[in-house]
Design a protein around this ligand. Structure first.
Ligand code: A2P
Length: 347
């Protein structure tokens, strides 16, 4: 396997930090790792895996000599600088929503559509965190029994909104404990006209609203799922809710299959042993996935599988994963690993 020069844009952020951790933990074949962030962080020292790194400002010149650049500093930074990185010979693995729905840009979850990687022209998009864990869990079912419809409700952690949102939950929790007035400055959306407390609350808005009444997060789940599965005809509907959970997104997912002769045991069988999936489904021992126990783990956990009582081809599932890992950093690093393998295999 050849060695590559790597850059991480947004290296001081919630996802960027995890990308560095995963690269080191998985012995990614890098000859150098450059940490990039805003001007504010230039010169900052970061220690990881027993090594010291100095953060640099993100400028077009910073991409000279870089082979793979991870972007996780927000869509506007990707829009401004991803092409600059590509121009200098880097392949960009973009963790923002900037290019996910752009035609010709692959949107990849390696367990589902690895082949799409071969078509990249310099930029590869990493899907939305809620989308990744859902399609990873549904792919073995879709492959075996066909899929007609998905209706999903999410229970999303604050870390999906970045490091500042984690701080806001902690501050508000302290304010509540001290019976002080709760200050809300960030959620549901920094740029929004109103902010609501997330501590001890549930906010049915993630990202801005579209004219249709859906939020952009909901539309991302709906559109990205169709693109990753290559099924424009798939019926997908999403409701996305933010909860006072630090890390780990949960999803209540209703699916309708192409067949109506499938049992819960059949779904258990296809999920058991599927790549990156852990089945935690035993009501007799109260075994089911929960975000607190998924945090820090690479897998997607599935449980509470039930057949719908009215609809013969309908099933309900509960899907949980660490939104910063499989939902973001791990999936990006897996994409980069596949790129290196691909480069090695085609010379
Ligand atoms: P910085 O720490 O210097 O502000 P999160 O998703 O946790 O909110 O993190 C956002 C990441 O994006 C951080 O690493 C942040 O760096 C980075 N970032 C924010 N603004 C810029 C910018 N103008 N150029 C490059 N990186 C940026």
């Amino acid at each position: 396997m050849s060695k590559v020069n790597v850059a991480i844009v947004g290296a001081t952020g919630a996802v960027g930090t995890k990308i560095l951790e995963k690269l080191l933990e998985r012995n990614f074949p890098s000859s150098s790792i450059k940490l990039l962030a805003s001007k504010r962080s230039a010169g900052k020292e970061i220690e990881a895996g027993g090594q010291k790194f100095i953060v640099e400002e993100t400028k077009p010149e910073a991409f000279e000599g870089v082979d793979i650049a991870f972007f996780s500093a927000g869509g506007s930074i990707s829009e401004k600088l991803a092409e600059e990185a590509v121009k200098r010979g880097a392949v960009v693995v973009d963790n923002t929503s900037a290019f996910r729905m752009t035609e010709g840009i692959p949107l990849v979850v390696p367990e589902v559509n690895l082949d799409a990687l071969r078509e990249h022209k310099g930029i590869i998009a990493n899907p939305n965190c809620s989308t990744i864990q859902m399609v990873a869990a549904l792919e073995p079912i879709r492959e075996k029994f066909g899929l007609k419809r998905i209706i999903v409700s999410t229970y999303q952690a604050v870390s999906g909104a970045g490091a500042e949102a984690i701080d806001e939950l902690a501050t508000q929790s302290n304010q509540l404990n001290e019976r002080a007035e709760i200050e809300a400055n960030l959620l549901p959306q920094a740029a929004g006209q109103k902010h609501y407390p997330i501590a001890f609350n549930a906010i049915p808005q993630i990202d801005a609203f579209d004219e249709s009444g859906y939020t952009l997060e909901e539309l991302k789940m709906m559109n990205e799922t169709k693109k990753i599965f290559g099924m424009p005809e798939l019926q997908v509907s999403a409701t996305c809710v933010r909860l006072p959970v630090v890390t780990g997104h949960s999803e209540s997912v209703y699916i309708e299959l192409d067949r109506d002769d499938v049992s819960v045991a059949d779904l258990h069988e296809v999920l058991r042993g599927a790549p990156g999936i852990v089945l935690e489904d035993d009501i007799h021992t109260q075994t089911y996935p929960m975000p607190l126990f998924a945090e820090g783990k690479d897998d997607v956990f599935v449980g509470r599988i039930r057949k719908d009582r009215e609809q013969a081809n309908g099933f309900h599932l509960w899907i949980v994963s660490d939104n910063l890992l499989k939902g973001a950093a791990l999936n990006s690093v897996q994409i980069a690993e596949s790129l290196v393998d691909l480069k090695t295999s085609i010379g």
